[in-house]
Design a protein. Structure first.
Length: 328
């Protein structure tokens, strides 16, 4: 394993940068230092209007950690993660330590294969129901990372949360600073290595549904189409809150997303009520009995859409010393 470990780490970092991030900002940096891979927050890529506290950016870095560790494991490398290991440096979000050999499972392989197919689907989904078996797998995926996945239609929170999504979307549509920030990161050419290209946008909705995707992510060159009227929505939660919980929440979120992809499901995010000042506190309060909510997912069946590009892993990685297996 010593001979091939640098290649394995390169593959793991290539998977890490496939994680989702708000407006595809990719707010991460990596430092390889022998048997350690450090995951840092890149503050220059935190959205100052939509995400001033860096909450969504830390979720994205947690998702990158999930991809990284899964890929190491599939390549026979056992690793361990410490989240927020140094209180003095709040931008060092996680340290993944290489510890030896392991044997990957069939599930590990399925999830790593899904890393390169997972993408945010901003287009209409079908009215085909997400079966109980698939819901059970998604809940198990969250539980396996130490979290919880709550389906809103079965928990009684659907009407309250969808009302908050609509209110937040209205607030953001009239917020000049938010609109300017969104315009900076969207409508880019397909080959651009960050931001969201117009080709990844969905069509306008010809009939309003219970919730809408971001109006700023509409491709008006496509004729309007009906969206599903009652989308399946789910919330990703942890029992605790704070910076470490946000990183862990991103790991939970990504495992759910990869599981959904492996099961043939499409996913997208409803981030508006987390970002809007008028709805954030009410959204958190709606889930207080379950824990701390980190993100809302729209889940269903739909046609594949264009994947957004990523910066090369080498562009966001510093190598202090070559990867190695620590002496036992």
């Amino acid at each position: 394993m010593n001979v091939f470990l640098p290649l394995v780490v390169d593959q793991a970092l290539a998977a890490a940068v496939r994680a989702p991030s708000p407006q595809n900002t990719q707010p991460w940096r990596f430092v390889v230092d022998g048997p350690r891979i450090e995951v840092w927050l890149d503050r220059d890529r935190v959205l100052p209007v939509a995400d001033p506290a860096g909450r969504e950016a830390r979720l994205s870095c947690g998702a990158a950690v999930c991809n990284l560790m899964l890929t190491l494991r599939v390549n026979g490398v056992r690793s361990r993660v410490r989240i927020a290991p140094e209180a003095a440096d709040r931008d060092l979000l996680a340290v993944v330590s290489i510890e030896g050999n392991t044997r990957p499972s069939t599930l590990d392989r399925r999830l790593v294969e899904a890393v390169y197919r997972r993408h945010t689907n901003r287009r209409p989904l079908s009215d085909r129901a997400v079966p109980p078996s698939a819901r059970s797998l998604l809940r198990s995926a969250a539980l396996g990372e130490g979290g919880h996945l709550d389906f809103l239609d079965s928990s009684g929170r659907y009407a309250q949360v969808t009302a908050l999504v609509r209110r937040a979307e209205t607030e953001q549509a009239t917020d000049a600073d938010f609109r300017a920030e969104t315009a900076k990161w969207t409508g880019r050419a397909a080959e651009c290595p960050d931001g969201v290209p117009t080709a990844a946008f969905g069509p306008p909705a010809d009939i309003p549904g219970v919730v809408s995707l971001r109006a700023s992510h509409e491709n008006r060159s496509i004729p309007p189409r009906p969206f599903e009227q009652d989308p399946v929505l789910a919330a990703v939660l942890t029992r605790d809150q704070g910076m470490a919980a946000e990183v862990r929440g991103g790991m939970i979120m990504e495992r759910v997303l990869l599981t959904a992809t492996a099961e043939g499901l499409a996913t997208s995010f409803l981030s508006q009520p987390f970002e809007a000042r008028s709805t954030r506190a009410q959204l958190l309060a709606a889930f207080h009995d379950l824990g701390h909510v980190h993100t809302l997912l729209r889940i269903g069946y739909g046609l594949p859409t264009r994947m957004t590009a990523r910066r090369p892993a080498a562009e966001v990685t510093t190598v202090r010393s070559s990867p190695e297996v620590p002496a036992l």
